[in-house]
Design a protein around this ligand. Structure first.
Ligand code: C2E
Ligand code: CA
Ligand code: CA
Length: 426
């Protein structure tokens, strides 16, 4: 049986071929190459499913056609295609170099044929040789898939080789996943607040709520260590809802107790864009806590916008109807598209902290920041720069008209009590 869209073998057939190939391997090595198309959903949404299918079929063709020693290939799911190839005599380094060149060539060709310069591939590789000759072929494929995920996360590299650490990481992730539900129950998650400063007045004008996980032993786990693990499943939704509730409660309390408060922004993870149940949840919280809408803001990352422009727009429209503003987080960190800014009705653009990677910005870096800030202004949106660490950077941002600043120069994210004290003195 063949797959209708790609004419490749069904996965079961592919695995059988791989089993035989591993047995007949002798001195040869077998590379498992597992790839997918970055932003495929965007491609489908923009150009239609027929073109999407055509793109998949073309990628499949190239998987089969481009190499000697072809063992087999299959579409595992959606746009995930895996292929296996014999190599007579090749080191990992040589294979990496050759696959990187081939992938770049294929990308170039696809961009031309499909007249779309956003086509990028993510490719993971696992090499079977004498050192791991006993590996189960299915494990080899899932290792290549792990490497592919890494390639997908990385902005600029297309090809990633599997490393043992990736399997270790997977185990760590599974550990996290299995302890998060209990952590929610036990209230181990805490909201920290990082102030935002108005460039013109130098005054506190808002804050971003950032999650912290305080374990029973008092140790803190930072979001970078657990968000990526739970972000792949619906678990993140529960964690985000927990945070939203915490923040709504906090704002309500400040109002009831007559304390100062500023608008608080909340992070929205990609999982929410799948079903948009988040909109009902926010409505429910608004009902429950009766928080003034102008004290809320939601941040959605550039990558998430890019992955699903349609739902991102629906989300933003829904929030606007509620009177809540939305910002684009991490702008410029991914494979950004300036078009996106005209397509999506955003209120605030948060320039990613990568723009400020040094204290002394080069002339070119300055030109880039200045132009983005000007563009954001001309589009009638608010510009915010995150990751401001030095006075130099802050002064430069003020000079070029960046509206709001956030970063360690002003304050690290701080716990609620400290933030309340800061608000009082502001
Ligand atoms: P983000 O949304 O881009 O948040 C900003 C991150 O930059 C925070 O890290 C903050 O501590 C850090 N940061 C702020 N100022 C500076 C600076 O001047 N220099 C440097 N080097 N870093 C600075 P944090 O709190 O570790 O959060 C990391 C990421 O985790 C966040 O990135 C966000 O993507 C995610 N995250 C945090 N809280 C939540 C949450 O409640 N829900 C979801 N879905 N994601 C969250
Ligand atoms: Ca954020
Ligand atoms: Ca950010």
């Amino acid at each position: 049986m063949k797959d209708k869209v790609t004419s490749l073998d069904e996965y079961g057939v592919f695995i059988e071929k791989l089993h035989s190939a591993v047995k007949e391997r002798k001195e040869r090595k077998i590379a498992i190459v597992y790839g997918d198309i970055k932003y495929f959903k965007y491609f489908n949404d923009t150009y239609g499913y027929d073109r999407g299918d055509a793109l998949l079929a073309r990628v499949a063709d190239m998987t089969v056609g481009e190499s000697d020693g072809f063992v087999g290939a299959s579409r595992v799911v959606s746009d995930n295609i895996v292929g296996a190839y014999y190599y007579e005599d090749v080191t990992s380094e040589e294979l990496y170099a050759s696959l990187s060149i081939t992938t770049a060539d294929i990308e170039r060709q696809l961009r031309e044929e499909f007249n779309c310069n956003r086509i990028r591939l993510a490719v993971g590789v696992y090499l079977i040789d004498e050192k791991n000759a006993d590996i189960n072929p299915e494990t080899a494929v899932s290792n290549a898939n792990l490497a592919r995920k890494k390639a997908k996360e990385a902005g600029s590299v297309s090809v990633v080789f599997f490393k043992e650490e990736m399997a270790e990481r997977l185990n760590r992730e599974l550990e996290i996943i299995s302890s998060v539900d209990k952590a929610i129950e036990d209230h181990e998650f805490i909201a920290y607040y990082q102030p935002k400063i108005d460039s013109n007045t130098g005054k506190l004008c808002g804050a971003e709520a950032l999650i912290r996980w305080k374990k029973k032993d008092g140790k803190f786990v930072f979001p970078d260590q657990f968000i990526p693990a739970i972000e792949k499943s619906r678990q993140i939704i529960e964690v985000d809802y927990y945070m939203y509730r915490e923040v709504f409660r906090f704002i309500r309390e400040c109002i009831d107790e007559g304390k100062e408060i500023v608008p608080i922004s909340l992070n929205v993870s990609r999982q929410h864009m799948k079903h948009l149940e988040i909109v009902d949840y926010i409505e429910k919280l608004l009902d429950e806590y009766d928080v003034p809408r102008e004290l809320l803001e939601f941040e959605i990352t550039e990558t998430v916008c890019m992955e699903d422009v349609t739902n991102a727009t629906k989300f933003i429209d829904a929030l606007h109807r509620m009177g809540i503003i939305v910002s684009m987080d991490d702008f410029g960190s991914g494979f950004s598209s300036l078009n996106l800014l005209s397509e999506i009705p955003l209120d605030v653009i948060k320039l990613d902290r990568c723009f400020l990677h040094s204290n002394e910005l080069s002339d070119k870096e300055k030109v880039i920041i200045t132009s983005i800030v000007a563009m954001v202004k001309n589009l009638d949106m608010i510009s915010l720069c995150e990751g401001v660490e030095t006075r130099n950077q802050s002064e430069f941002l003020k000079e070029v008209g960046c509206d709001i600043q956030q970063g360690y120069f002003f304050s690290r994210p701080i716990p609620e009590e400290e933030f309340v004290a800061m608000l009082k003195n502001a």
